[in-house]
Design a protein around this ligand. Structure first.
Ligand SMILES: [Zn+2]
Length: 65
């Protein structure tokens, strides 16, 4: 594992609604051999934050629709 900067994308389903976020320039441990990204606590916090923002935006979009 080596620290790397990656453009990270993740998808989750909240209340039956698919939610995708992209975190560009995420600093995270990454396997040099297979390229597998293994987010550490700090990286996971950034990803959680991205999901928070995305869900807020989705909620705002639903309200105004
Ligand atoms: Zn590996």
């Amino acid at each position: 594992m080596r620290e790397a900067i990656v453009d990270y994308a993740a998808t989750r389903v909240y209340d039956g609604v698919e939610c995708t976020v992209k975190v560009d320039g995420l600093k995270t441990p990454k396997c040099e051999k297979c390229g597998q990204v293994a987010p550490d606590t700090e990286a996971l916090e950034e990803i959680e934050h991205a999901f928070d923002i995305e869900r807020q935006q989705q909620a705002a979009t639903r309200k105004s629709a």
